[in-house]
Design a protein around this ligand. Sequence first.
Ligand code: HEC
Length: 153
Amino acid sequence: MKLWMAGLGMAALMGATPVLEAMAQPSPAAIVTERREGFKAAGDNMTAIAAVARAGGDPRGTVERIAAVQAWFATAGTRFPAGTQQGAPGIDTRALPAIWTDRATFDTAMAAMGPRLTALREAAASGNVANFQAAVQATGAACGDCHRPFRAR
Ligand code: HEC
């Protein structure tokens, strides 16, 4: 009985392997499309968050948007494989080749987002408008720190 079940499990696993491999290897163009959509959504969220800061509104309503931006930046750094830079065949991107020639600086700029967004979320949840406004500024500056060297205009 036990052996029979083990055999069944093995057959199921073998059948699933090609599917898993196909899913694990999206094309460079598909990676770039998803990457741009992710940054675009983060940008839209940040625009809405900044509007609340400018208006001096209650920051507590922005916590959900900040959480969405945090979720994006948790994986954004993994979305820059080789062959997805500006100039690569069949790729429509503003990601500059400098990302791949100076990866350490790029990774540092990416890692800087984590603590900025944590501070932004804490300031928003606290309801303190001045702290929230300062944290929005600091977060926006961190976006620019990466865009200036690594994103084409
Ligand atoms: C570590 C680098 C880095 C950080 C940090 C970063 N970005 Fe970007 N961003 C990029 C790169 C590179 C691209 C170009 C992606 C592409 O075209 O494939 C981009 C593209 C974008 C785009 C354009 C997406 C589109 O429509 O194609 C927006 C909007 C954007 N980022 C917003 C933000 C915001 C807002 C922040 C801060 C909360 C931020 N980014 C932080 C590197 C970064």
